[in-house]
Design a protein around this ligand. Structure first.
Ligand SMILES: [Zn+2]
Length: 314
C-alpha cells in the first residue's frame, strides 16, 4: 500500500527543526536547534480515562454504542475535558440507522500556519460490550495527547486537530461524514491524518500503518528506539476511520495492537505474548472491559502518538 503521497512530508518534516525553536522558553533559546521532544503521557492518566469509560458503559446498559446513552455520555465526558483545557470543540451531527450520531472535533487554537495535522479515534463501542480495548484505548490515547498539547502551551507549526468518531462500528460512518463535510480549502490544508483504533490489546502486537512511508517511519523509528520491533498493520487495512481520509488523498498513518487474528510463534517470541491466542480474545465481546488491556502497550502507543504529533505538527 505504498502509494504516492500528495505532500512531500519528509521534506516538510526536515524543515520543522528550524521552526521548533519558536516554541522554546526564552531561557533555552541559546540551545542548539533541535525539535521539541514530546512529553511522556502518564500511564495512570490513560488508565483513569479507561476507568471513566467503563463506568459510563456500566451506568448506561453496558455499552457505548451508536444511538445509545452510553455513547452520548462518552462524548459529554471528553468534551468537558477538552473545553476546560482550552480547545475549540464542535459536536458534529449525522444520521445513521434513523438515529442521530455525533463526532467530537477539537482544535488547538494556537498555530503558526493553516496546515492541519489531525489525529483521531472512534469513540463508539459495539452493542455487546463496553469497548475498552476497542476503542476506549485509542480514544484515551488521543485524548491524553491532546491534553498534553494544552499543558505544554505549545504554539505548533500546524493546526493540531483531534477527532473522536461516532458509528465506526457500523461502517466508519462518522469519519466518512466528517470527510464529506470538509470544504475544498480545508481538504487542501490537511497534511496528514493519524488513526488510533485498538492500541492496548491484551495479547499485544506492535503494528504500524504502512500507507505512507514517511509517517510509517516516524512511528517505526520511535518504537525501534525503545527496542520494540514493529510489523505492518495489515489487519486494520481498509477497516477503520483512516479510510475516508485516504480516499480523498490525505496521507494517513497510525498504530494498532491487533484484534481477532491469532499471534504467531515468531510474534510471541519478539513481543512476549501468547502464541495461538488472538491479539484481543475479547474483540467485539461482552468481556471487552477494564481488564481487557495491556498497560505496557497502552503506555507505549500513547507515547508513540505524542511523538508523531510533535514530530509532524510542531
Ligand atoms: Zn475499533
Amino acid at each position: 500500500m505504498l502509494r504516492p503521497t500528495r505532500a512531500p512530508l519528509a521534506v516538510l518534516t526536515a524543515c520543522l527543526a528550524l521552526t521548533a525553536l519558536t516554541a522554546l522558553p526564552a531561557s533555552a533559546a541559546a540551545a542548539p536547534a533541535a525539535p521539541l521532544a514530546a512529553p511522556d503521557i502518564p500511564l495512570d492518566r490513560l488508565t483513569g480515562q479507561l476507568a471513566d469509560l467503563a463506568a459510563i458503559a456500566e451506568a448506561n446498559g453496558g455499552n457505548r454504542a451508536h444511538g445509545r446513552p452510553g455513547y452520548t455520555a462518552s462524548v459529554d465526558h471528553l468534551q468537558e475535558q477538552l473545553d476546560a483545557a482550552g480547545f475549540e470543540t464542535v459536536r458534529q451531527e449525522f444520521t445513521q440507522s434513523g438515529v442521530t450520531g455525533y463526532n467530537l472535533i477539537a482544535e488547538w487554537p494556537q498555530a503558526a500556519t493553516d496546515e492541519i495535522l489531525m489525529t483521531g479515534a472512534h469513540l463508539d463501542s459495539v452493542v455487546s460490550g463496553a469497548g475498552i480495548s476497542d476503542n476506549g484505548s485509542g480514544s484515551a490515547a488521543v485524548l491524553e495527547v491532546a491534553l498534553a498539547v494544552a499543558e505544554s502551551g505549545l504554539t505548533p507549526e500546524r493546526r493540531l486537530r483531534f477527532g473522536w468518531w461516532g458509528a465506526e462500528e457500523l461502517g466508519m460512518v462518522g469519519s466518512r461524514h466528517y470527510v464529506d463535510s470538509l470544504t475544498d480549502q480545508e481538504l487542501a490544508s490537511f497534511s496528514a491524518y493519524l488513526n488510533a483504533d485498538m492500541v492496548a490489546s491484551p495479547n499485544a502486537g506492535y503494528f504500524v500503518y504502512d500507507d505512507d512511508p514517511a509517517i510509517e517511519a516516524v512511528f517505526a523509528d520511535w518504537f525501534t528506539a525503545q527496542g520494540v520491533t514493529t510489523e505492518a498493520a495489515a489487519e486494520v487495512r481498509g477497516r477503520s476511520d483512516h479510510v475516508a481520509f485516504d480516499g480523498v488523498g490525505i496521507p494517513v498513518g497510525g498504530v494498532f495492537t491487533g484484534a481477532g487474528r491469532v499471534m504467531t510463534a515468531a510474534q510471541a517470541a519478539q513481543w512476549g505474548g501468547e502464541e495461538g491466542l488472538a491479539f484481543d480474545p475479547c474483540y467485539h465481546q461482552a468481556c471487552d472491559g477494564l481488564d481487557n488491556i495491556d498497560e505496557t502497550a497502552l503506555d507505549r502507543n500513547a507515547d508513540a502518538l505524542a511523538h508523531a504529533v510533535w514530530e509532524l505538527g510542531s
